[in-house]
Write a protein that binds this ligand. Sequence first.
Ligand code: UD1
Ligand code: CA
Length: 469
Amino acid sequence: MSEASSPAPRATAIVLAAGAGTRMKSSLSKVLQPLLGRPMAAFTVGAARDAGMDAVVVVHHQEDQVRAALAGPGLRFARQERLIGTGDAVASALPELPQDGVVVVLYGDCPLILADTLRGLLDAHGADRAATVVTARAPDPTGYGRLVRDANGAPLRVVEERECTPTERAIDEVNVGLYAFNLAWLRQELPRLRPHDHKGEIYLTDLIEAASTQGSLGVLLHQDIDEMMGVNDRWSLGRARRLLQDRTLMRLALAGVTFENPESTVVEAGVEIGADCTVEAGVVLRGSTRIEAGVTIGAHSLIIDSEIGPGTDIQPYSMLDGARVGAGASIGPYARLRPDADIHDGAKIGNFVEIKKSVVEAGAKVPHLSYVGDARVGAGANVGAGTITCNYDGFGKHRTDIGAGAFIGSNSALVAPVSIGAGAIIAAGSTITEDVPEQALGLARGRQTIREGWAARFRKLKQARKDRT
Ligand code: UD1
Ligand code: CA
């Protein structure tokens, strides 16, 4: 559903994103609540864009927040000064729109709407009709406006739930909040709407009755109520999240990704995963993460804004944030790659290893219990268990450079700034404070002494004292 594949519909769109969203009980505007890593209204705006609208106008109230969250090519913004209803919100957008033509109105709290549906609406609406409203049959119509029809089934008007008679309340055909209008007609009719008792609000839905009275109303009954769900509180936000998540996982699964346990997997909207990848249970993939083909992501791993090359194995319980990993590498279990960890092809980062702002070159190994920060680990080098790069002196950060093929013995402390030459060996347990040349041995620990029989004598002495008391 790219813009390029859709014929330009010569229509514009308005996305209403100004409402207070009281039912969400949040200091953050309802339409900016996060869904799979994006603000909710970004989905609605995205559908309008993908449908190839000439312009998309977002009606906002919290201007800075909405602009910052949604800004993108072809977007315009209009401010609704007072939040007095959907009719007033649409009126606020009119100065940004052409005099005539067709405009589609969407609510920013309907994040599941698809671009195809918008194209279908434009087709059904045609060029001359005053208004077309999209409806759906809802198993539970609570919270929606109802479409009232006459005895012959002709549509008359939309009644908000709070104004329904008991008979109207039982109607299961609801207004989903998606419309096409003739712009000239809209400009003429909007000023005629009158406020309702409820908070003095001006209802866009009153235009349905106006169009019907003038014999120029179309109704498009949509088959999928889920696609049309409006998010008003955090419970429905959760439901929208599940539906969107299912959609994302299904798209990826059909493109060749195995999800071992889709119910426990979170994959945000901006994540890309290649074919023949396996995502185990409990994995969370966020932000701009890109995973190439043939990668396994082990159970309960969390990956944020990271890139992973083909055939790499991320073992369970690993956490990557802002990291790059090449091809055929092995990470984890229990590895932590922090921002600017750059792990090259075939490298191995093992359990309980933390890497920050460091390059680990091809084939190098940091297999156990290490901290590597502000460092380069040269190709093929081996960093023994428990090695620490001491990169921070309480004031500034300093670099450690480990040459290709070097061998760092277990439990070494490399006090930065320091460099270990290519092929050098560091004796286990060393605290290295000076540069070690290529192919040299760096040894910095207490010399071992042996006292034959000492342990036996020691125990005998202790036992004798104990027996006396
Ligand atoms: C609205 C419809 C209802 C429909 C339902 C579908 C009206 C009067 N009612 O009810 O018939 O069944 O959507 O989901 O339109 N907004 C503004 N400015 C305002 C008020 C609202 O921009 O002054 C925006 C909100 O941010 C929201 C959208 O308009 O994105 C809808 O407002 P909301 O209050 O959620 O309307 P509903 O009560 O859901
Ligand atoms: Ca709503």
